[in-house]
Structure formats: C-alpha cells, structure tokens
Ligand binder design. Structure first.
Ligand SMILES: Nc1ncnc2c1ncn2[C@@H]1O[C@H](COP(=O)(O)OP(=O)(O)OP(=O)(O)O)[C@@H](O)[C@H]1O
Length: 312
C-alpha cells in the first residue's frame, strides 16, 4: 500500500455555533487524486484552509506529508502548492514576470530555465510577455497552476481549478493534472463538476452537513445508490418471456425486448445472474451493467441540503 500524503482524523471546526466540520476522517495515498465534493457551504474550502495551514482546526489532527498542520506549519508549507480560489496572479505583471517572481520568492535555482519550461508546458509562450490582465480565464488558470508548480510541490491543493473554463480548457487542465499524478504528485481536488471528479479522482469523499457521508472510488460510490441495474436484451419475445419468469424482480420492455434487473453490479451478483439464465437455458443477445452517474450519487447523498439550497 502507498503511504499517506494526507491523513485526517476527527477534524472539527465551528464558526460561532455553526459546526462546519463535525469530525471528519480520511486519508489520501501518495501519488493519487482525492476529490472532496459537497454542496455549496459544505466546508470544502474550510478543509483546504486547514490542510494548507491557513486556518486552525478546533479539534482533531491533520498531517500533510507526515507533518502536523498545526505544529509544523513551515514544513507543511514547504511541500504543498495551493491554487484556485486565492489566485496569486498579479495582473500588472506579464505571465513570465509572474512566474519569475514566484521563482525568486521560492529561491529556485536556474529560475530562467524553470520559467521557460513552465511557459512551454502550459502553452503560454506566445502570451508570455503580455500583461496577465489581458489573459482569458483559461490562460489565468493555467498561469495560476504554473505558478503553483514552481519549486515542484509534492502535494497540490486544487480548489475548483476549472470553474468557469470552457470544455476544451477544462480538458487541457485535466491532461496537466494527469501528467502531474504520473510524475508522483498527490492532488487534493475540490470541484463543482462531478464529471471532473469522475474523470480524475482515484477516491472521492462527499461532505454534507459537516460529515463525510460517503467515501470510495467513483465506481464504488455509484454502486452504493439504488439505480444500478443489468440490462438484458433478447433476440425475440420468447426469450424475454422466459427470462421475465425466472427473474421475478425485473422490469420488461416488450418493444425493446429488454429486461432491467436490479443489481449492485458486483462480480458475484453478475455471476449469479448469468448462472440462473444458464440453468434455464436462456440466452441473452446483450448483457450490460448500468451504473448511475456521480450526479445521481451526489443528489442522493446530499438530498436534504441540496433541496434546501435550491428552495432557499
Ligand atoms: N471565516 C469564516 N467565518 C464565519 N463563517 C465562515 C467562515 N469561513 C467559512 N464560513 C462558513 O462555513 C461554511 C463552509 O464554508 P466553506 O467555504 O468551507 O464551504 P464550501 O464547501 O467550500 O462552499 P462552496 O462550494 O460554496 O465554495 C459556510 O457556511 C460558511 O459561511
């Protein structure tokens, strides 16, 4: 098993009498992407702020790269990069100057070379000498992330890194995130886009009303909520009839010649289903497993809050 880049136990934080984090626990393996999801106001940014040493927790422990965030602030800061809602980009400097400033701040050796490499990697050379104020949203995000990468942090916190980006720029960002992970960087990602978490995250945790209401791989989360089913298509009505008799809890569609069978999608239950069909010498022309997407998972797990937010 990979070592933990981030380990959080019993973390609590209240503002006034409002418990924002009500005892949360999770671990993030080194070199993986962990995504924290939750409705607006769930406490995602508060969690990032605690892990990046900007805010103190009221109780519990959090370790980043093995360092306690409360007592080893300096060490934690030396191994992390933070990007997103608190953009560090200075509008009155060019892209190159912004990067150079960061390289000087972090006392990076061969700063000029590091800056050129980052401009090249993020496809920013053409606009490198224009003021950041003239950059599009996508270019700013890229510059922000490039600035975070100066000094090669091992653990990156990306707080809603693609908010407001068009689909192409979002995909470019995803590509960069994947490259960073392939190089061994650990990524802690908060996002409003469930598809983004689905695409990038090895593990996802869903925060709701101060607690983590679910954790797992995207596939595990999708399997947890009702709606996963197996779809069988038959060559003719005869096959459909026979299968419907054997699989009592299924729903049939005579026009499509399909049968929908509730299932958790796990290999054991799929095998049992196929065995039953075999026992009765029933052949399905098509067999597919349908899982709900992360939107379904999110809505199911945060139903109360989401409804409140919508009707507020
Ligand atoms: N400094 C603060 N003082 C008082 N309340 C705060 C403070 N910071 C955050 N909160 C409250 O804590 C709750 C969680 O906020 P947080 O920003 O962590 O949520 P979030 O999940 O990141 O939300 P969003 O998706 O909207 O960014 C909110 O109710 C917010 O109003």
């Amino acid at each position: 098993m990979k070592s933990s880049a981030i380990a959080v136990t019993g973390l609590r934080k209240a503002y006034g009498d409002k418990a924002v984090l009500d005892g949360i626990d999770f671990e993030v393996a080194s070199g993986s992407v962990f995504s924290l999801l939750g409705p607006n106001g769930a406490g995602k940014t508060t969690t990032v702020n605690i892990l990046t040493t900007l805010v103190h927790a009221d109780a519990g422990t959090a370790r980043v790269a093995g360092y306690d965030v409360a007592s080893r602030t300096k060490e934690v800061r030396s191994v992390i990069g933070v990007t997103g809602q608190f953009a560090a980009v200075d509008d009155l400097l060019s892209g190159r100057e912004n990067l150079r400033m960061m390289a000087d701040l972090k006392r990076v050796r061969s700063a000029g070379q590091v800056v050129s490499q980052l401009l090249d990697r993020f496809d920013l050379e053409e606009s490198a000498d224009k003021l950041a104020a003239t950059y599009s949203g996508g270019m700013r995000r890229k510059l922000d992330l490039a600035m975070t990468l100066v000094g090669k942090p091992r653990i990156l916190f990306l707080d809603e890194p693609t908010t407001g980006l068009d689909p192409r720029s979002r995909r470019t960002m995803w590509g960069i995130v994947r490259e960073l992970v392939a190089e061994g960087t650990t990524i802690f990602l908060t996002t409003q886009y469930l598809e983004e978490a689905d695409q990038l995250a090895d593990r996802i945790a869903v925060l709701n009303e101060g607690r983590l209401v679910a954790q797992g791989t995207p596939e595990e989360l999708k399997r947890q909520i009702p709606g996963t089913h197996v779809r069988l298509r038959f060559a003719d009505l005869h096959g459909l009839d026979a299968a419907a008799r054997v699989l009592a809890s299924s729903t049939r569609d005579d026009e499509e010649l399909t049968l929908r069978v509730p299932s958790d999608g796990a290999s054991r239950s799929l095998r049992a289903l196929l065995d039953r069909l075999d026992e009765h010498a029933i052949d399905a022309a098509e067999f597919s497993v349908h899982t709900p997407d992360l939107d379904d998972v999110f809505l199911a797990l945060t139903e109360h809050t989401t409804k409140e937010t919508i009707t507020r």
